[in-house]
Ligand binder design. Structure first.
Ligand SMILES: *Cc1c(COP(=O)(O)O)cnc(C)c1O
Length: 234
């Protein structure tokens, strides 16, 4: 994509975050913009980086590793946000700072034991299937507490919070409901585990970012509104 377009888009998303925070009385410094760069070439990430973007989210492991290799000279915080097969956990443990889609103990245990000891513990979010959709990954809300109890004991991981991809809704008002439910779930975990650094709600994409921020998102994951529509056939 054109350099100017990526930079303009990034600025526009940044302004939307500020406006939204003003409207809901939040501090924009509480929100981390995660640029979702799946299917984008490394040079698009380099353009965004030059404009100040530091956090990038990738969904496909092989593609992510290739970009990390091409961008070794940059100080990027890498977030893995896609579904992960347990036999591929090692590369995530070794090459990422954050993993947003942990939804079962087996993956958590593998990531913990595979995390290199010379790195800080891997920051993780538990993915919640907040709308109870058959097609989506994520743990059911009623099973969250039991999973969290196990995960907080794993030495290679730092449980930071929750992530969700709600079903699409027609209005901003309707978008609030699943996000408010996520905020409630995080709050109950904070009460159960007061000594954990449970400060993260990874929620909000291009189509529902404002609703997510209004409901407490701390990481918004934005792809299309920064890099344009994805073309999977390329
Ligand atoms: C692709 C993707 C995004 C970005 O979605 P956009 O609608 O392009 O902003 C966010 N989160 C996850 C988990 C994704 O897979």
């Amino acid at each position: 994509m054109r350099k100017e377009t990526i930079v303009e888009n990034l600025n526009a998303v940044g302004e939307r975050i500020v406006t939204c925070c003003n409207n809901c009385d939040r501090d924009p410094a509480e929100i981390t913009l995660l640029a979702v760069s799946k299917t984008r070439p490394a040079e698009d990430l380099r353009i965004a980086y030059a404009a100040g973007q530091r956090h990038f989210g990738e969904n496909y492991l092989q593609e992510a590793l290739e970009k990390q290799n091409a961008l070794q000279d940059l100080d990027i915080h890498w977030h893995f946000i896609g579904p992960l097969q347990s036999n591929k956990s090692r590369a995530v443990a070794e090459h990422f700072d954050w993993m947003h889609t942990v939804d079962r103990l087996k993956i958590a245990q593998r990531l913990s034991s595979q995390r290199p000891t010379n790195l800080a513990p891997l920051n993780i979010c538990l993915q919640v299937n907040i709308d109870n959709e058959q097609s989506k990954s994520g743990i059911a809300p009623q099973d969250l507490e039991a999973l969290a109890r196990e995960v907080v004991q794993l030495p290679g991981l730092r449980l930071r919070g929750l992530m969700a991809i709600p079903a699409a809704r027609q209005t901003v008002q309707a978008q609030h409901q699943p996000f408010l439910e996520m905020a409630r779930l995080l709050h109950s975990l904070q009460e159960l585990f007061p000594n954990e650094e449970l400060d993260t709600l990874s929620m909000g994409m291009s189509a529902d970012m404002e609703a997510a921020i209004a409901c407490g998102a701390t990481i918004v994951r934005i792809g299309t509104d920064i890099f344009g529509a994805r073309n999977y056939s390329e």
